[in-house]
Design a protein. Structure first.
Length: 304
């Protein structure tokens, strides 16, 4: 079953493209018709592409990897931020800093700087600075948080990136392609779809269109995360059963060994008196033989 319906996309205005004169020829396969100088997107193809994208993003989330959500345009920034937060994914809704992906090491240093400032505030180090220095540090912290605050927990490059409006976010797209990071994107009729791995042909300006598609993809991510959690719980349960079985087998083996040792001790105790009884006649016979030998020796002496 499709994750979105034709009616939902129609109500959201996802079918409205841009003026014909602004179109990108590479979007021709996704254009249904033209009406009053405006291109109309084929929503049947949009439905298929949304499902393909959702399935792929679900698997990425299930594998435990991160997907970076990107939308710095006014219509989509709050929507994207809300849906990304809901599923615990990093997002960029302020200015895209050049090198955010291709120069990730430097970005991580800036994030560590922000964390260091937070620690200074917690341990009281900021309090010993002058008022002017505290103001400078505070402004630096605010600037870093505005640009990087939403990717603080992104300790490594994302496994994929989702973009609203590839024309506006062309730098993010270029960096992702350079690093061979898969790109999911809402692509309007005025944008170039080349370089996008998972194209979602739709209106990337209408808030309802952005919300519907982003929410649908976020729900797929949530499904992947839930399945990962369920698989982990099942795996942990199986591991616990195996561990319990090992403990039980070990206890059984130890009990059996104790029983065998006890049985062997009892058998040894029963055999000991019999051996001693056999040795007594032997010792008696040896004594008689010695006495007889002495008597014979004395008799020989008398004869002499």
């Amino acid at each position: 079953m499709a994750r979105t319906t034709f009616e939902q996309l129609l109500d959201a205005g996802s079918h409205f493209g841009h003026l014909k004169r602004k179109w990108n020829p590479h979007m021709a396969p996704y254009i249904f018709t033209e009406k009053k100088g405006i291109h109309i997107i084929d929503l049947h193809k949009s439905i298929v592409k949304i499902d393909e994208s959702a399935a792929a993003m679900k698997q990425i989330a299930k594998s435990g990897k991160k997907i970076l959500f990107v939308s710095t345009k006014k219509q989509g920034k709050d929507i994207v931020a809300a849906h990304a937060k809901a599923v615990g994914m990093p997002y960029v809704t302020e200015r895209w800093s050049g090198g955010m992906l291709t120069n990730f090491g430097t970005i991580r240093k800036a994030i560590r700087k922000m964390t260091q400032i937070d620690k200074m505030g917690a341990d009281g180090t900021l309090a010993i600075l002058s008022k002017r220095e505290r103001l400078q540090v505070s402004r630096q912290r605010e600037k870093l948080d505005k640009v990087l605050g939403s990717i603080v927990d992104m300790t490594r490059l994302p496994a994929a990136i989702f973009i609203v409006d590839v024309r506006k976010e062309h730098i993010a797209l270029a960096e992702a392609k350079k690093l061979k990071i898969p790109v999911f994107a809402i692509v309007d009729t005025n944008s170039d779809p080349r370089g996008v791995d998972f194209i979602i042909p739709a209106n990337d300006d209408a808030t309802k269109s952005i919300d519907l598609i982003t929410r649908t993809l976020a729900e797929a991510v949530a499904e992947g995360l839930n399945e990962r959690k369920a698989d982990k719980a099942e795996s942990d349960a199986k591991a616990q059963l195996r561990e319990d079985a090992k403990v039980a087998a070990k206890a059984e083996a130890e009990a059996k060994a104790k029983e065998e040792a006890a049985a062997a001790t009892t058998a040894d105790d029963a055999a000991t008196p019999a051996k001693e009884g056999e040795e007594k006649p032997k010792r008696a016979r040896k004594k008689v033989t010695k006495v007889e030998a002495k008597a014979d020796a004395k008799a020989e002496e008398k004869k002499d």
